[in-house]
Write a protein that binds this ligand. Structure first.
Ligand code: KE4
Length: 438
């Protein structure tokens, strides 16, 4: 049953007059899945409502931040109370140190940090700091990993860049990416080869420790340890981009799960509880190079914004207080959803590879293991689009791209698991005739 999206359609046309594609971020335009993107007017718990009054079970959760569920009462109250005291001062506030202490509790490797307004700013600033600290220019990133849209990082990126099937971006001059080394993820020999060629010219390796932006691709056993050893040996820094995995896979993100101590960490999304907030941090000796202490300049009008701090303290504070129950609950619900749909696909003979790391996962429409960006690009994106549309028509809103991760939050419970599996049962029936496994 296709949903009525008349009001969304009218509003989207209006938005298109002044906003390119009618959106403020490309993946929202539904280009790779087709159809009219609903416009959201309200969200609560695990649900979204669109301009036509349709209700959806939400599996993209604002692309990660909404681990507590939408409009969590104590988060809303904290933001309301902060707003009543003023929305931005451009001066330091007590809340910044309070949230910084929570970050350090969760991420002991982050001895000092700086708040910024997005993950893009966090990753961009971490690269600048790594270059200053090591005096080197080159850095390594991995194909399919996305670290925001700063020029040097827009090389073989994932997320919206992969969704649109573009190699990088127009407007990024060769000079801006001449020191960017993009290597295949989960391939230690490629990293060894790059370091033997560039040796002491590489400032850092930046990696999504569990990739979310090519769809979810966990590291192969020993991979992250190898990155740690290779960077240690060569004097390059290891930067974990935990904008997506931070506070998600565990309170201390992937570095807690895999027991790796990076030199720097980028954070965002959950950190701000849905408000504009990112951070980069790490070893104190590196961070002390930042102005006003040191020669590395970085700044931001809304960095440490009091409302973002309030939302972050309320969100991260809840995760710290309930860490012993939150992550087992997320694990149980996420496994039931991800594996449940995989089972339905098998029953219908639909080729599906399910990758999951805690409460982030991706159903790849493929019969092969997905361990690299190259394997992810071989997926049947048409089948994904058909599945996405069939689920959306039943009120289950998946991330509108094969190259994104889905997210489960604490507001997803048994009822949501049941509803999702029922919707998947119908969706797979529409797919099954065309998608027999060979
Ligand atoms: P932002 O600048 O979008 O706050 O963060 C950039 C970023 C950095 N690092 C990682 C690992 C990220 O996942 C992101 C942003 N993620 C995408 C979703 N995959 C944001 C959604 C969008 O671009 O609309």
């Amino acid at each position: 049953m296709t949903r009525i999206l008349e009001r969304s359609r009218v509003l989207h046309r209006r938005a298109e007059q002044l906003l390119p594609g009618g959106v403020d971020s490309p993946v929202r335009a539904f280009q790779s899945v087709g159809g009219e993107p609903p416009l959201v007017v309200r969200a609560e718990g695990a649900y979204l409502w669109d301009a036509d009054g349709n209700k959806y079970l939400d599996y993209f959760g604002s692309w990660g931040p909404m681990i507590l569920g939408h409009a969590a009462p104590h988060v809303v109250r904290a933001v309301q109370e902060a707003a009543a005291r003023g929305t931005s001062f451009g001066a330091s506030t007590p809340a910044e140190a309070e949230l910084a202490e929570m970050v350090h509790t969760a991420f002991p490797s982050v001895e000092m940090l700086r708040f910024v307004s997005s993950g893009t700013e966090a990753a961009m600033s971490a690269i600048r700091l790594a270059r200053a600290f090591t005096g080197r220019k080159f850095f390594v990133k991995f194909e399919g990993c996305y670290h925001g849209h700063s020029d040097a990082l827009l090389v073989k990126a994932g997320s919206g860049v992969a969704t649109l099937g573009i190699p990088g971006s127009a407007g990024v001059p060769e000079e801006a990416i001449q020191h960017t080394l993009a290597l295949p993820y989960n391939d230690v020999s490629a990293v060894e080869a790059a370091f033997s060629r560039y040796q002491d010219k590489i400032a850092c390796v930046i990696v999504e420790p569990v990739v979310g932006n090519a769809g979810c691709i966990p590291p192969q056993p020993g991979y992250l340890q190898a990155l740690r050893e290779i960077t240690e040996r060569s004097g390059a820094l290891l930067v974990f981009d935990e904008v997506m995995t931070g506070f998600r896979l565990a309170l201390g993100g992937a570095q807690e799960v895999y027991g790796i101590r990076p030199d720097m960490t980028c954070l965002g999304k959950i950190l701000g509880g849905g408000l504009t907030c990112g951070a980069f941090g790490g070893r104190a000796e590196i961070m002390r190079m930042l102005a006003p202490l040191g020669p590395v300049y970085q700044a931001g009008t809304l960095s440490g914004n009091p409302l973002a701090m309030a939302a972050g303290i309320a969100t991260v504070g809840h995760l710290i207080e309930h860490r012993d129950t939150v992550y087992p609950q997320l694990e149980k619900t996420s496994a039931a959803i991800a594996e449940g749909v995989a089972q339905i696909a098998r029953k219908h003979g639909v080729a599906l590879t399910t990758n999951r790391a805690g409460s982030m996962f991706t159903w790849f429409f493929s019969g092969e293991p997905i361990t690299s960006y190259a394997s992810a690009t071989r997926c049947d994106t048409k089948a994904f689009a058909a599945f996405h549309r069939a689920m959306l028509d039943q009120g289950v809103w998946l991330p509108p791209s094969q190259f994104e991760a889905a997210f489960v939050g604490l507001a997803h419970g048994e009822m949501e698991v049941r509803a999702t599996l029922e919707a998947a049962q119908c969706a797979m029936e529409t797919l099954a005739p065309a998608r027999k496994v060979d």
